[in-house]
Design a protein around this ligand. Structure first.
Ligand SMILES: [Mn+2]
Length: 314
């Protein structure tokens, strides 16, 4: 693997550059792209950037316009950020054909699809890696974009990927004047009215199974259909965070009366529980499905978790 200076030299030796990231970009994807593009501009390299399924809330940290109107044939080099596999580029994957590809990422699952790969799985985020590439070129806008990327992938410094180095980098970023409170609030805290309505319905439907320390709730297909923005992320975490709860299950009913279930826990292995529902995931966050109505799904969840906890307490 080339070091950072060598990768930067590869980039500097090319004129027409495109920077891409995974589809449905999160804060780290958008932040690292905007930061690198702005830093390259300061050394007279203008890069085009493209996003698939861009969320306009990232306009807050945008450092340049996103325009698809450029000559794709002239591109010599494509830098791909925060993307473990080129098929995650979605419709832009085709733009890598016959180009020199530089792949910079922090996902341990990265398949090194580039001609030049810089993959550091110890970094909290791609933005943390990009900091090291551009630290001599920082300004308010670059600092804001990298800050957004880091808070996004660390969940606001809560996730276990957060390190002393992460905090050290943010300390450097905060030497620049940028509206970090506003960035944190709009990227991490803000909800749409429809998300608030889902939360109200989730609390209304909540049941606590005390002896299992289990919080279980659901949204019916009719409830899902009652709002325009159908984003259900964060609901299962909300009920898991109720005092005294160790495990949570959130059921979302779809059109065909199939129930999708999200599990979260503080220490119980929900990956094993999700295997009973044709699913899986991680130890503390997993999901599954069941072809049954909500009442039957709830019963099976309570039964499976009951059996699992009986095993672990003996
Ligand atoms: Mn990331």
């Amino acid at each position: 693997m080339l070091n950072k200076n060598e990768i930067m030299n590869v980039i500097k030796n090319h004129k027409n550059i495109l920077i891409l990231t995974h589809k449905k970009p999160d804060g780290d994807a958008a932040g690292s792209v905007f930061a690198l593009a702005a830093a390259l501009k300061k050394i007279d390299i203008s890069a085009n950037i493209l996003f698939e399924d861009y969320n306009r809330k990232f306009n807050l940290i945008a450092t340049q316009k996103i325009s698809p109107y450029f000559d794709k044939n002239k591109i010599e080099l494509v830098i791909v950020l925060d993307c473990g596999n080129k098929n995650r580029l979605g419709k832009y994957e085709i733009l890598l054909a016959n180009k020199i590809v530089v792949n910079i990422d922090h996902h341990i699952s990265n398949v090194n699809f580039g001609d030049y790969n810089y993959v550091d799985p110890t970094a909290s985020s791609t933005s943390e890696i990009i900091f090291d590439f551009v630290k001599d070129l920082l300004d308010e806008k670059i600092a804001a974009a990298l800050y957004a990327g880091i808070i996004s992938d660390t969940g606001g410094f809560r996730h276990s990927c957060t390190t002393a180095k992460t905090h050290m980098i943010v300390a450097e970023l905060l030497k620049f004047k940028f509206p970090f409170t506003r960035i944190y609030n709009e990227l991490m805290m803000e909800k749409t009215l429809d998300e608030a309505k889902f939360l109200a319905m989730t609390i209304e439907n909540l049941e606590i199974i005390s002896h299992l320390k289990l919080a279980i709730s659901y949204l019916t297909f009719e409830q899902i259909n009652s709002v325009n923005n159908k984003f259900t992320g964060g609901l299962v975490e909300f009920i898991k965070n109720i005092y005294g709860i160790e495990i949570a299950a959130m059921i979302i009913e779809n059109e065909e009366k199939v129930c999708k279930i999200s599990f979260r826990s503080n220490y119980i292995d929900v990956n094993e529980i999700a295997e009973n529902f044709d699913g899986g995931g991680h130890k503390l966050a997993a999901g599954g499905i069941l072809k049954a109505n909500i009442r039957q799904t709830k019963e099976k969840i309570i039964q499976v978790i009951g059996e699992k906890l009986k095993c672990t307490t003996v």
